[in-house]
Design a protein. Structure first.
Lengths: 434, 434
């Protein structure tokens, strides 16, 4: 008696909201982008660190209810409860690692390109999993470190072939002078900064209005005067000096003169950046040709890195590049050369008796570093094999059957150019090496 | 009145059990290993696919309670409940992607190197997060595809510089003949296979004993006869033919003759591999010099890839390399060249007036592809700077002060060799390029 197969319940092949896959064409371009970033980081003397994706919830939130809101808790399906969560950035796991390894040689220069997760309530078009490329210098309070981070970011964007970008710079030490200068209580600084930070949304008039509501018209006017470019002459605070020092160092690392540097590495006195842990430099990268994307990278100095763990103040400065946002921007700007495949050559299987020779031919090309696929589909017709190469956008197909073998030649079809030519069999490797 | 700072609650910088970080020396070696694997996959014509780490729980378990046991559920901290979980392998997310993208050109050859999580109850020495490197061919039922996967695995281990490894091969089609050959009911096949799979633990005598308990002595003897090498001559089943075909193709992709191939690509008739979804070839890679590590890679043919989603049978064959296990094995075997840093040169900052020239020097080396750090620590003494280079194991330090500048030379300290020499300043780039 045959055992009857039970009806299989069909499962919908959907992803949860806020998550996505990257098919090969995107995965190839993203990988290339991340390779460029990694090489740039390594060129400046940074080494990789691979931290755990999962951290104790308390480590992630640091007792801060706000960051608790954006995390994903995780729980083994046989566990009753769990105090573990997925990291929402790469900085907290770095801080944990530094606190846990007090003997690291300082400055500790590390980079990490890794996935982070945000468990926020899902919104239209917002993703909950993305990749960040972080570069940080831990254990140096020198302005050289701030400058190095700024120059790395500059070099990354240059190396990615992005023609037009701006690094906006500001310094919390300057913003910290605001209460004294404008005449309001230090306790109100964060409230004032939150208003200043909204310039993109409400404009300078809106800021003035909100500041007047919070303080007086005089204070509001003072604040706006402080933030205006003309105040640069009257202010010689530490933060401003630091901007100048970084800009000077910038000139040595690029072919730009100081005027050109000031256009690409701009002092932007309205720049606050949300995170309260910044203590000096803050910066963000904007792409003027894709303003709707917002900032694609940002960072700054945060000298309280491990305070919550050890009570010490360890100076640190770093930056984070949002891979997914930057990728979306580059896609929009057309600076990506997308391709469907990394495969350069497809060898067709036209004669079953020649299989061993096809395999050897493939191996010959692979040994020379040429990515080579041997056709291994189920439909072995010539048409199907060629259609496969076309659909996959593989640049070259190698056609070699009994006839070609007898004549000592091999036919090479350039699929993009739609042209075909014969070359001597012995020239095959030389042909593709060029 | 000064606002008093509230006492900060100290948080322990611990990782949850079963998770770990990889410090730079390990991260560098692991990255190199993954680069080699990726290049090998790409050389064979495979493209990257990046699937979401988070999947619907139902997609992951497929209604199978057993796989439900090993997953981590995730939940945004503001959500009441969640039906999402972290992937426990890279195969299920691939199956989902294939089912969701029916128009992919077939065969679809993709690789993915990614993190997976297992939410099992924590055990001594078992990790709950690890990286897998998967390579699969979807949409080809040809034995060429099985052979290609086997050869890729072979090439990966060769390229990683692992001298001694064995690929054990078996075929489910052969094992499926067992009930007819040995005279027991097909329904009992899985029970028999579960016993056979335990050879490493209980030996052939133990297997015989357990089989006798389940069946009769005659059946048990038949089963063992079926599994013995001498049965090869009497069996000419499909699975055995497939082993021979793959072995023959192996010869074309390597310098090995058939005898040598049979030693490294071994027919191992006791090999079952746990997963019930395999339908043909199964294999696993063992390192005879590190037997306690177990299999470091494995795979096979599973022609029911998307059945649970679409009801179709799409043929597929693939393999998965366990990066963490393999890394542990390589560490043990001493085949890893570990280094503390990728930085090749440290430029010391010895004179504050020369800062701009140090920056330019660093940039000169970087532009030539030499990973160069400029010392930017807080302790600027010569001793501290040199000690940093030594501790970080940076191969070379560049020493250049006012005195060297006047004489037009630069001193280069080889920190491993503990030797120092002077070269003309203009030769600096040439020196490191060599």
């Amino acid at each position: 008696m045959k055992k009857s197969t039970p009806a299989i319940k069909r499962i919908k092949p959907d992803l949860p909201g806020g998550f996505r896959d990257y098919a090969p064409a995107d995965a190839i371009a993203r990988q290339e982008m991340m390779d460029t970033i990694r090489k740039t980081f390594e060129g400046f003397g940074f080494d990789p660190l691979q931290t755990s994706s999962v951290q104790r919830t308390e480590v992630l939130t640091g007792g801060d209810a706000d960051s608790g809101k954006i995390i994903f808790n995780i729980k083994g399906s046989q566990e009753k409860k769990s105090d573990s969560s997925l990291r929402f950035d790469l900085t907290v796991p770095l801080a944990r690692f530094v606190a846990d390894n007090p003997d690291l040689p300082k400055p500790f220069k590390r980079y990490q390109i890794g996935t982070v997760w945000r468990g926020e309530r899902q919104q239209q078009g917002r993703y909950r999993e993305f990749i960040q490329a972080d570069v940080d210098i831990v254990g140096s309070s020198s302005i050289d470190a701030d400058a190095e981070i700024a120059m790395i970011i500059y070099t990354v964007f240059k190396n990615l072939g992005i023609g037009c970008f701006v690094i906006n710079y500001n310094n919390r030490k300057m913003l910290n002078m605001l209460p004294d200068f404008a005449g309001f209580s230090k306790n109100k600084l964060w409230d004032a900064l939150r208003i200043i930070d909204k310039r993109d949304k409400i404009g300078e008039d809106g800021i003035s209005e909100e500041l007047q509501k919070m303080f007086t018209k005089t204070v509001a006017d003072n604040i706006l005067r402080f933030l205006s470019p003309s105040s640069l002459d009257i202010l010689q605070g530490k933060g401003f000096t630091e901007y100048g020092e970084i800009a000077t160092m910038f000139c040595q690392n690029t072919e730009l003169d100081l005027d050109a540097v000031r256009k690409i590495f701009k002092l932007e006195r309205y720049l606050v950046r949300g995170l309260s842990y910044y203590t000096g430099s803050v910066f963000e990268v904007l792409l003027p040709d894709a303003p709707e994307i917002g900032s694609v990278a940002g960072g700054g100095r945060y000298d309280g890195l491990v305070t919550q763990f050890t009570g010490q103040n360890i100076p640190a400065v770093g930056a984070s590049i949002g891979i997914d946002r930057l990728y979306a921007a580059m896609e929009k700007l057309g600076t990506l050369k997308k391709k469907q495949t990394l495969t350069q050559v497809l060898i067709l299987q036209l004669d079953v008796n020649l299989k061993n020779e096809y395999l050897a031919m493939a191996q010959e090309l692979r040994n020379a570093g040429i990515a080579t696929a041997l056709y291994i589909g189920d439909d072995m017709s010539f048409q199907a094999q060629l259609a496969y190469a076309v659909k996959k956008e593989i640049p070259y197909a190698v056609i070699w059957g009994e006839r070609e073998k007898k004549r000592g030649v091999v036919a090479i079809k350039n699929l993009a150019g739609r042209e075909q030519k014969e070359i001597p069999r012995d020239d095959l490797l030389r042909y593709f090496r060029k």
